[in-house]
Design a protein around this ligand. Sequence first.
Ligand code: S3P
Ligand code: PEP
Length: 418
Amino acid sequence: MMGRAKLTIIPPGKPLTGRAMPPGSKSITNRALLLAGLAKGTSRLTGALKSDDTRYMAEALRAMGVTIDEPDDTTFIVTGSGKLQPAAEPLFLGNAGTATRFLTAAAALVDGKVVVDGDAHMRKRPIGPLVDALRSLGIDATAETGCPPVTVNGTGRFEASRVRIDGGLSSQYVSALLMMAAGGDRPVDVELLGEHIGALGYIDLTVAAMRAFGAKVERTSPVTWRVEPTGYHAADFLIEPDASAATYLWAAEVLTGGKIDLGTPATEFSQPDARAYELISQFPHLPAVIDGSQMQDAIPTLAVLAAFNETPVRFVGIANLRVKECDRVRALSSGLSRIVPGLGTEEGDDLIVASDPSLAGKVLPAEIDSFADHRIAMSFALAGLKIGGITILDPDCVAKTFPSYWRVLASLGVAYDD
Ligand SMILES: O=C(O)C1=C[C@@H](OP(=O)(O)O)[C@@H](O)[C@H](O)C1
Ligand SMILES: C=C(OP(=O)(O)O)C(=O)O
């Protein structure tokens, strides 16, 4: 189905109040789907996200012989044989980073060939460090351009018991190797190279999910995890709501002076982006410098919020936002500057938002290019809660992780012009 070309947000002119639950966590759903697919037996995943990213993961697992039933909107029943089968066709994973990276490593456990591919955006997102790490374990993996497509001819066996990985561009490489390692033929040490890694909290999520499906994994040094070759067992697994999705609702609350009940207190999320709550609740006195390295997916939300802050905000530690669904540093600076020239600027990889509380209540017609990036669409909608004339192009790209986003805002009293 073709999405709508654009959507103009009509500022509600009143505080947003009511109950609005974010959907299940994308990160946890895609970990749980994979681990349940690798396990022998039937797992029941509840509270799950059903969106483009999780559909791509589920379809790919089905193509590799896993049975997945969907009795309702938030449940997956996953039955695996303990071994993924070679896929007859390339696995098409859209622009789902988690599915692409996790399945590239998991393909090494398959006896036979798997090709992992995605859309035009994914074909520009680097995967070379993960492919090199697989090769260092003796796995036949190639990605000619350093981005998908990746071809893996697996055997389920490794030739080494230590793998080093630079997670600077993406922590998903590390998560992918950890989850794969439990399905191998020997204990494996996964060691981080380089000082920078995207949110370490995602590694914690990975380790927690692995343990829930029976893996034995220990952090043996600040940069090393040892994974035993236990394989996985089936489990019933409850998925918490998505913390990155929650950031839009927390921001909508403070921007409009409302009260939105998300059903889960901010302190109960285990995902890294929940840390953004502490910052959001300081609005309109956000700090002058925000280090985004440990809450990357919350940066678009915080950057748009910063436009209405009392004082300017510089976002640092966000270089890898340039290799997400789009170059988010550029999408944010250019989108903000479409509203008011100079509102968002870049210095190297930093983003500087020149705040202006008097923006609230103005009419400043601006068409915001989403660059097919759900977080750009969702975050700029927040500007539309306070400024008249904000139009989001390609609004249905929110289907990547939060298909009900526009309906949820509407349920809180937001209206639109399409
Ligand atoms: O492991 C995960 O679930 C994720 C890790 C982060 O990506 P990178 O590790 O690529 O920075 C994050 O941006 C992404 O939305 C989800
Ligand atoms: C970066 C993101 O997704 P992924 O890397 O999983 O495609 C995101 O959801 O913001």
